[in-house]
Design a binder for this molecule. Structure first.
Ligand SMILES: *[C@@H]1O[C@H](CO)[C@@H](O)[C@H](O)[C@H]1NC(C)=O
Ligand SMILES: *[C@@H]1O[C@H](CO)[C@@H](O)[C@H](O)[C@H]1NC(C)=O
Length: 247
C-alpha cells in the first residue's frame, strides 16, 4: 500500500486524471485451450477501492482487465463472463462510493476490438459500464524496418478506420449509455522503435489517430506512454521536455 500512497501523492500534486486498471484474471483458471475461465474474484480489487476512498484519493475511473477481449493477448475471457464481472465491479463502485455525488466511471474491456466479442459484451452490459475501451497498435511490431513508410502512407493509416466505425455503430445501435475511448495506443507494439516512434515523423501517425478518433465519436484517447518504451511523450534525454511529436 505504500506504493499506492506514493502514487496518489504524485497524482494529487500533478492534478492527473487517473484511470486505474484492475487485474481481471484473479480467481480464474487457464484451461487447456488457453482461455481464462471462471468468475473474476473481486475481493482484492474491492479492498483497494475501499482503501482508496478511506484515504480520500481521487480516481476518475476503474478499468477491468487488460487485453483479454476477443482472442486476447496471452489469454482471453469470454464476453458473457466479462459482462457479468463488469457488473460486479459496477456494484462494488456503487456500494463503496454510495455517498458520493460523482462516482468513478467503470471502464472495460481494455482490449483489441473484435466485432462478435464486443457485440455480445455491450449487449450484456446495458447498465454496468460507462466507457468501452479498446487498444490500437495499427502499425504492427516496433521491430519492423518499414515503419516510416507505413507512418507516411494514408492507406496504411486508414486501415484501422473500420474498427472505429464498427464500434461507433455498435454503440449507436445498442441501448447502452457507454461511450468509446481508445484506452491505450502506442502505434507500434513491443515499445515502438527508437528514432522513429520518438521522432518527428511519428506525429503524422498520432495526428491521424486523433482526427480519426474524433470523427468516429471517441471521447478520450489514452496515449501509450507518458514515460517509457520508445514512444514516451516525455523525452528523458532532454530533461523531460514534451516532445514535438506529441502533436
Ligand atoms: C476470493 O479471494 C479471497 C482472498 O484471496 C478468498 O478469501 C475468497 O475465498 C475468494 N473467493 C472466492 C469466491 O473464491
Ligand atoms: C536518447 O539517448 C540514448 C542514449 O544516448 C540514444 O541511444 C537515443 O537514441 C536517444 N533518443 C533520442 C530520441 O534521441
Amino acid at each position: 500500500m505504500s506504493r499506492w500512497d506514493q502514487l496518489n501523492i504524485f497524482f494529487n500534486k500533478t492534478g492527473a486524471v487517473v484511470i486505474f486498471g484492475l487485474n481481471a484474471l484473479r480467481g480464474r483458471t487457464i484451461n487447456s485451450q488457453g482461455a481464462a475461465v471462471g468468475a473474476w474474484n473481486s475481493s482484492n480489487a474491492e479492498s483497494l477501492i475501499r482503501y482508496t476512498v478511506k484515504k480520500g484519493y481521487r480516481i476518475h475511473g476503474w478499468e477491468l482487465g487488460n487485453e483479454l477481449s476477443g482472442n486476447g493477448v496471452g489469454t482471453r475471457v469470454a464476453a458473457g463472463q466479462y459482462a457479468s464481472d463488469t457488473k460486479s465491479l459496477q456494484s462494488i463502485v456503487q456500494n463503496v462510493y454510495a455517498g458520493f455525488e460523482a462516482k468513478p466511471q467503470v471502464l472495460a474491456p481494455g482490449g483489441f476490438f473484435d466485432e462478435n466479442w464486443f457485440t455480445e459484451f455491450i449487449h450484456k452490459t446495458p447498465q454496468s459500464l460507462q466507457v468501452v475501451t479498446h487498444h490500437i497498435y495499427n502499425l504492427g511490431p516496433g521491430s519492423a524496418g518499414d515503419l516510416i513508410p507505413k507512418i507516411l502512407d494514408p492507406s496504411v493509416l486508414d486501415g484501422i478506420s473500420q474498427t472505429f466505425k464498427s464500434l461507433q455503430s455498435l454503440l449507436e445501435k445498442s441501448n447502452t449509455p457507454a461511450v468509446a475511448w481508445v484506452g491505450e495506443s502506442g502505434g507500434a507494439y513491443n515499445s515502438g522503435h527508437n528514432l522513429v516512434t520518438n521522432a518527428f515523423v511519428f506525429s503524422f501517425w498520432y495526428l491521424d489517430q486523433l482526427g480519426m478518433s474524433a470523427s468516429y465519436d471517441t471521447k478520450t484517447y489514452c496515449r501509450q506512454t507518458l514515460i517509457g518504451g520508445n514512444y514516451g511523450l516525455l523525452d528523458t534525454n532532454t530533461s523531460y521536455r514534451i516532445r514535438i511529436t506529441t502533436g
